[in-house]
Design a protein around this ligand. Structure first.
Ligand code: PMP
Length: 360
């Protein structure tokens, strides 16, 4: 057999998601935490893992962690929470349950590319309401488009990846009030934002509000794959119908329980990242020909002439890897820099200054 039967026509023309990961001494490309788990906490995890029977399937819905999270957010019960194999899995569940043929997503590019990709995979129609030049949401256009009544699902990312700005809480509340569409507010980076930016206080008020959170960023568990959504039990029930039965393994459940129970321990790291974000942002703003966008996340978006070449030269000459967005529509000449440790941030600044000097 030399010929192969083609894959699903929806899948065949797609190009697989590429996180653009390359080995680097200064890896500030994937919005991870620069620090691994505190050794004391890691020891606690290892002790729990030693007692775990690996021959048994995990608790399918991660009941203990679900209850802990519900309690942590002051929600009525565990049925307001669903865990997933990273936020990424829950984003696919969302499209399986609320997208699909004959269904419509309202998206606000430039934003996290996975939403549009999942829409393609599930045959969901996409209506784009592009962000303004400063990457703020075009609130009037979103309200007007949602008012037509054919939108089933909206995804609003706050803070937005890769632009770093937050959505206005008052606007989101007006949107939730005015439409019966499901609104996913993707708060993957919310722990790094100022107080008062999250939609979690409004969960009881709007049944069409769903919030995504992850352990990958502020809680430094990107390697573990653990995320969750918070929402109305009726919405959570629909997501439960499409999810993989055992996607959250028992090891991840233990890690989630230990970290969530001790989450205030992470406050100091979050403060450091916010401080480094301010320091980096001020240094970048002082450089000629560099525009830095205000960010509430653990990364900064910058616009710099010749961005792609600078990205490549920083990597090849100084082994500093940042994320190149210059080929993304609306993000021409943009690079995204994850806020790393102070030393990583200094190495990046040095490498960038060198490239800017060379091009003077
Ligand atoms: N939402 C946004 C906006 C993200 O940037 C990411 C991570 N790149 C995710 C969700 C998913 O994160 P994870 O699967 O690691 O939980």
């Amino acid at each position: 057999m030399t010929e192969l039967r083609p894959s699903n026509p929806r899948v065949a023309p797609l190009v697989a998601y590429d996180p653009k990961s390359l080995p680097a001494d200064t890896f500030i490309s994937a919005n991870e935490s620069p620090y691994d788990m505190d050794p004391e906490l890691k020891q606690k995890v290892l002790e729990r893992l030693a007692a775990l029977p690996f021959n048994r399937y995990p608790d399918p819905l991660a009941g203990k962690l679900r209850a802990l999270i519900a309690q942590g957010y002051g929600l009525p019960g565990p049925d307001c929470v669903l865990l997933g194999n990273g936020g990424d899995e829950l984003l696919m569940d969302l499209f399986l349950a609320y997208g699909g043929p004959e269904r419509t997503l309202l998206n606000t590019p430039p934003t996290f590319s996975v939403y549009a990709y999942n829409a393609l995979l599930t045959g969901t129609r996409v209506v784009d309401v592009p962000r303004r030049a400063d990457f703020s949401l075009d609130e009037d256009a979103i309200m007007a488009r949602a008012a037509r009544g054919d939108i089933d699902l909206l995804v609003i990312t706050s803070p937005n990846n890769p632009t770093g700005n937050v959505a206005n809480v008052g606007f989101l509340r007006r949107l939730l009030e005015s439409s019966d569409a499901l609104v996913l507010v993707d708060e993957a980076y919310m722990e790094f934002a100022d107080a008062g930016c999250s939609m979690t206080p409004y969960l009881g008020e709007y049944p069409n509000l769903l919030i995504l959170r992850t352990f990958s960023k502020a809680y430094g568990l990107a390697g573990v794959r653990l995320g969750y959504v918070l929402g109305d039990p009726r919405v959570i029930r629909e997501l439960g119908k499409v999810r993989q039965p055992y996607s959250v393994d028992s090891i991840s459940q233990v890690l989630g329980e230990v970290v969530f129970a001790d989450r205030t321990r992470y406050d100091a790291r979050i403060r450091e990242t916010r401080g480094e974000r301010a320091r980096l942002s001020a240094k970048l703003a002082a450089l000629p020909r560099v525009r830095v966008f205000a960010s509430q996340a653990n990364f900064l978006l910058v616009r710099v002439p010749d961005a792609h070449a600078i990205w490549q030269d920083m990597y090849e000459q100084d082994s500093v890897l940042v994320r190149d967005f210059s080929a993304t529509p609306g993000l021409e000449d943009c690079l995204r820099i994850t806020v790393g440790s102070p030393q990583e941030n200094d190495r990046f600044l040095q490498a960038l200054c060198k490239q800017l000097d060379r091009r003077r």
